[in-house]
Design a protein around this ligand. Sequence first.
Ligand SMILES: C[S@@+](CC[C@H](N)C(=O)[O-])C[C@H]1O[C@@H](n2cnc3c(N)ncnc32)[C@H](O)[C@@H]1O
Ligand code: SF4
Ligand code: SF4
Length: 490
Amino acid sequence: MLYRQKFDTFIRIYQDLSCPDVGYITSKSDFGDRVTDASGAVFLKALSRKPRTLQELTKDIAASFIGVDPASIEQDVIDFYKILEEDGFIISGETEAELDAKDTRFSYSALEPKTIKNDFTPVILRAEQSSQQYLDEHFKNKPHLTQLQIELTSRCNERCIHCYIPHENKISDIDPALFYDVLDQCRDMGLLSLTLSGGEPLLHKNFLEFLRKAKEYDFSINILSNLTLLNDEIIKEMKEIRLSSVQVSLYSMNPEIHDSITKMPGSFVKTRDAILRLIKNDIPLQISCPTMKQNKNCFVDVLNWAQTHKVRAVTDYIMMARYDHTTGNLDNRLSLEEVGTVINDIINNDDDYQTEMANADMEQGDAHDTSNDIICGVGVSSICMVANGNIYPCPGWQDYVVGNVRETPLRTIWNTSPKVQYLRGLRKKDFPKCTVCADKSFCAMCMVRNANEDPDGNPLKINEHFCKVAALNRQIVLDWKEKLKKEVVL
Ligand SMILES: C[S@@+](CC[C@H](N)C(=O)[O-])C[C@H]1O[C@@H](n2cnc3c(N)ncnc32)[C@H](O)[C@@H]1O
Ligand code: SF4
Ligand code: SF4
């Protein structure tokens, strides 16, 4: 019998002298994952992308369990891999051809429309996945870097009116030698997920080589792009690499409105056609459709269009200020009244959001939210880098520099930078107003959003606009529930 990982699964063994090993396997097809204890980690480590026989696997694994009967190990191997196969992470078969035939990859034709409907709900910074929580808890005293976002270039062919990168700073490309050096360091640190963003990443002349290289390192790759520069060669490469998703920005189905946001005539047609080409090629996509004054009356058309194509689409009505604390881009942000209309649009259109809100406990907030919880993955599992090697906590927070990889290895920055340690140490209790807030279940409190809008860049200074939006959201849901109750009585 032969076993191997599926094409779009990733395995990591997290090792740390201060605690037992942990095994981790994740599948990008259905976004599921599993965590194992130290024994399970040995079984996971034996697997690879190349088929291995039951005998080879048993022999490797037995070497880690001195004094255990080989026959019982073989049975454990069969049982352990059977569960992983049932859960869709690995495949087994008598021949390589059988394995290849069983290794079904992401395909739009295999998706149920219902799974898309679930995602109509706007992203209101939801809870982390349970496996991530497990890992965060396990590595509480020594967090592991699992996600890195690299801004390959700050240059861009669009001039979006809401962009958090000041237009005058859209000028620099990453040096390929620096990119490859950082990938080496990431491999040594056991990084799982690499996001390539910009500016517009497809503008970098080495973009294709970067993709090929990232595949060699076996990272799960995400790309954030406006896709206006997509071509056949890039599509071919996207199919070859283990791409988790491409996130593309589409603001309206009306070409004039989309182009009035990007300030690039013809951008709508290019982006829409590129999306259709990626769908045709079964490349997993997510559409991002931030809502602002220009598209407040038509963003729903983008969500509906995405749904008919079985593509996940998310919207977000809270725009952040530019990272240099100039706030001119916020002139395009929705007023409170306009946000109210958008939330009403969502609650009236989305069955899943309705079900969620019907069952929500409006008074208690999130029962799991204790004051010792971390705020988010910043400094705990994720970090970002720009073209000049500056490391910073989170997309859009480029001026909060925690180190530079030209001067200091990434691992040292991650482990010892005072700024990383400061952010890592922050807890919900450091935002006392939030811990007692009745609106917190409806809140997207976020440190970069606080910092960018504050002239002094203070991440702890709660931005009042977000509080007003959260209170409004809660009130709309309360009113809707009240209306629902009356309808039931009638
Ligand atoms: C900075 S862009 C980089 C990738 C690519 N150029 C694009 O537009 O998709 C990544 C995402 O950030 C969003 N974005 C830009 N400025 C923003 C802001 N001020 N607040 C919230 N999201 C913003 C964009 O709409 C886009 O979806
Ligand atoms: S949002 Fe993306 S496409 Fe628009 S200007 Fe910013 S980096 Fe460029
Ligand atoms: S609404 Fe304001 S006070 Fe309440 S949780 Fe959000 S940011 Fe904190």
